[in-house]
Design a protein around this ligand. Structure first.
Ligand SMILES: NC(=O)c1ccc[n+]([C@@H]2O[C@H](COP(=O)([O-])OP(=O)(O)OC[C@H]3O[C@@H](n4cnc5c(N)ncnc54)[C@H](OP(=O)(O)O)[C@@H]3O)[C@@H](O)[C@H]2O)c1
Length: 313
């Protein structure tokens, strides 16, 4: 099987032995597989794969057809269209995924959309609803709303009856984020909005001081991304006065049981919306697997809206 393999800080396409599904896994012929920031960090040598994933083949999400199942698998069979969250190994022609981290792809959802859905929607869903308890009628601020997680969060919050303000750096991306349901602002231009019951922070750094200032009483701030810096000075007095909370999380490093729960919740809440076309995966660009290196470089350049997805050649 051909796979994108990390070698000396770059990707090259190599022939590797076919992966074999364990008892609880499905083997998937990958038709599409989204790129995420963690893949770029791994390519650069800064984010080793977890023990259950191939050490040098990146890729955290995939969509494709089931072409083999382990002896314990009951939910899927050969030929099913599936999408899955994996610890790595998705940027290849074949990959294995745990049954409990695999969801069916609704009819009518194309491969690039399915291949770019799981990681960012799971991250946004878990952060907004499980961690921050976002509820009907609440006010949400998404910092970094044009990226993969951002466009997922805007749509999920809209569907849940929250009102959303999103900050977007790229001027070109702003109308599309507004179309998805957010009031769009340039980063740092947040006069006259808020306070917010929930803030989803996808950029980090100096944003944190603003986030805390804009929290409502009982507000929840969840930090998911820190491309803008991992250190910030905040005013604790504002937190105390508002009885607010700050949390953070990563998805990839969690144990199987927790990831399975995240995926089951995601499937329960979002598959009907995805099937009905009420959730979409904005695809900025697709690249064939052979051009994985160029695709990663395009992701790193920024200024995109939504996802970059590798597709079967
Ligand atoms: N904790 C977790 O489990 C988890 C899971 C998934 C992702 N993440 C992290 O969450 C972040 C967002 O993920 P993603 O998939 O949405 O990435 P993405 O598609 O690259 O989106 C990031 C967005 O943030 C904007 N941005 C980045 N740095 C900025 C800065 N300094 N000032 C203003 N805007 C900035 C980008 O704008 P430009 O395009 O203009 O650069 C882009 O719109 C990443 O840092 C990622 O590593 C964490």
């Amino acid at each position: 099987v051909r796979a994108a393999v990390i070698f000396g800080g770059a990707l090259r396409i190599e022939e590797r032995p076919d992966p074999e599904p364990g008892p609880d896994q499905v083997l998937v012929r990958v038709r599409a597989s989204g790129i995420n920031n963690a893949d770029l960090l791994q390519r650069a040598g800064g984010y080793p794969a977890p023990p259950d994933a191939p050490p040098d083949i990146p890729g955290l999400e995939l969509a494709g057809e089931v072409v083999g199942i382990g002896s314990n698998v009951t939910s899927f069979r050969d030929g099913d269209r599936v999408m899955a969250l994996v610890g790595g190994g998705a940027h290849a022609e074949l990959a294995v995924a745990h049954e409990r981290q695999t969801l069916p792809v609704p009819d009518g959802v194309d491969w690039p959309s399915a291949g770019g859905f799981v990681e960012v929607f799971a991250t946004a869903h878990d952060a907004l609803f499980t961690q921050a308890g976002l509820a009907l009628g609440e006010r949400l601020l998404v910092q970094g709303a044009a990226g993969g997680v951002g466009v997922a969060a805007v749509q999920l919050a809209r569907e849940a009856g929250a009102s959303v303000v999103g900050t977007v750096r790229s001027e070109a991306a702003r109308p599309a984020v507004a179309e998805l349901g957010a009031e769009v602002r340039a980063p740092g231009e947040l006069e006259g909005v808020g306070p917010f019951d929930v803030v989803l922070e996808l950029v980090g750094g100096d944003n944190l001081a603003t986030d805390v200032r804009l929290l409502a009483t009982g507000g929840r701030l969840v930090v998911i991304g820190m491309g803008g810096g991992s250190v910030a000075a905040i005013d604790f007095m504002q937190l105390l006065r508002r009885r607010a909370r700050i949390g953070g999380s990563t998805l990839r490093s969690r144990p199987l049981e927790e990831k399975a729960l995240v995926m089951q919740r995601l499937g329960h809440h979002t598959l009907p919306l995805l099937a009905a076309g009420r959730l979409v995966v904005p695809i900025f660009a697709t690249f064939p697997l052979e051009e994985a290196q160029a695709a990663y470089d395009r992701f790193a350049a920024g200024g995109k809206l939504g996802k970059i997805v590798l597709v079967a050649g």
